[in-house]
Ligand binder design. Structure first.
Ligand code: GTP
Ligand code: MG
Length: 301
């Protein structure tokens, strides 16, 4: 995708948070206590988190107290955000040396797991890769159907079990099929669950163990899907999920529906997981690889 398209999609997806920040309204104002209080309230509201907010406000006060807000202040705040988001780890998904690469997807109910899988499958297919989906959310028949419909749209194969089947057995069959057909990427969908539901967390560990046993080095990514509209609650979920299944990255969804786009900063600052993708809409093309530069520019556009 061209850089401009990428920027436009981010901009559209982050419009609500950008509107909250409303940088044009800063210009020409004196950087006094009122100004700093307002900026602080906006940062908190965007769910950047208290620590990051304190840092940005402190630094702005130091550098701009009693000056007039303009382009230089905006640039300063953008640079602060870029520093808060900087991550030396690659934003791309790990690719296994031998096929298939296996990605396990987890998260609470309704976070956007199945939709994100469809988008990811679509993206990987457009890169020329073969993709297989495993419908390990056997809890509801409708969940399997939903993934089936998405698989159809994205043009990928799907392995499904009977309703109520053991998710681990579906994972087992999916690994067999991916291995025998030389599939590039296997993506495993799971039922939504709360970290407090011990039996469901054990079920997830069981699925994970099957992947470990069946495919060398798998799962190559354990992606936690977080709903950005949950703001700070999403951070709590991430901490707990990481404890039990060892997540390797985050997909943050529904940024288009919220002014809490700052939660990306909170994810980076409070849980030590790289943000890999952002969901910015319900269409197949609405999953964007996370890029600090584009993200920050869109947030303050
Ligand atoms: N606006 C918007 N909606 C999204 C995005 N991602 C997912 N959704 C919507 O969120 C709802 C739930 O998405 P699912 O993909 O079914 O969520 P899930 O995590 O698989 O849900 P369970 O399997 O029930 O736990 C659907 O209506 C999606 O269309 C996004 O990035 N933006
Ligand atoms: Mg689902």
């Amino acid at each position: 995708m061209a850089i401009k398209d990428l920027f436009d999609r981010f901009k559209k997806g982050l419009a609500k948070t950008a509107k909250l920040f409303d940088v044009r309204s800063w210009f020409g104002r004196k950087v006094d206590q009122d100004f700093l209080d307002e900026l602080e309230a906006k940062l908190i509201k965007s769910d950047v988190g208290v620590k990051a907010t304190d840092r940005v406000i402190g630094r702005v006060r130091e550098a701009f107290a009693d000056k007039t807000a303009g382009e230089d202040l905006l640039q300063f705040v953008k640079d602060e955000f870029k520093a808060l988001l900087a991550d030396p780890r690659p934003g791309t998904l790990k690719v296994a040396p031998t096929k298939p690469s296996v990605y396990l997807i987890a998260g609470v109910n309704g976070a956007g797991k199945t939709t994100s899988i469809a988008k990811l499958a679509h993206r990987l297919k457009s890169e020329g890769k073969t993709v297989l989906l495993a419908a390990c959310d056997t809890f509801r028949a409708a969940a399997v159907d939903q993934l089936g419909i998405w698989a159809g749209r994205a043009g990928t194969d799907i392995v499904r079990g009977a309703p109520g089947a053991d998710p681990a057995s579906v994972a087992h069959d999916a690994c067999d099929r991916a291995l025998s057909r030389g599939i590039d990427v296997l993506i495993v969908d799971t039922a939504g669950r709360l970290h407090t539901q011990a039996h469901l967390m054990r079920e997830l560990e069981k699925v994970r163990n099957v992947l470990v046993k069946k495919v060398p080095g798998a799962p190559h990514e354990v992606l936690l899907v977080l709903d950005a509209t949950n703001g700070q609650n999403a951070i709590r979920q991430a901490t707990e999920f990481t404890k039990s299944i060892g997540c390797t990255g985050v997909i943050l969804t529904k940024l288009d529906g919220t002014a809490k786009g700052g939660v990306v900063v909170a994810v980076r600052q409070t849980i030590d997981l790289p943000v890999k993708f952002l969901g910015v809409g319900e269409g197949l093309d609405d999953l964007q690889p996370f890029d600090v530069e584009t993200f920050v520019e869109s947030l303050f556009s």
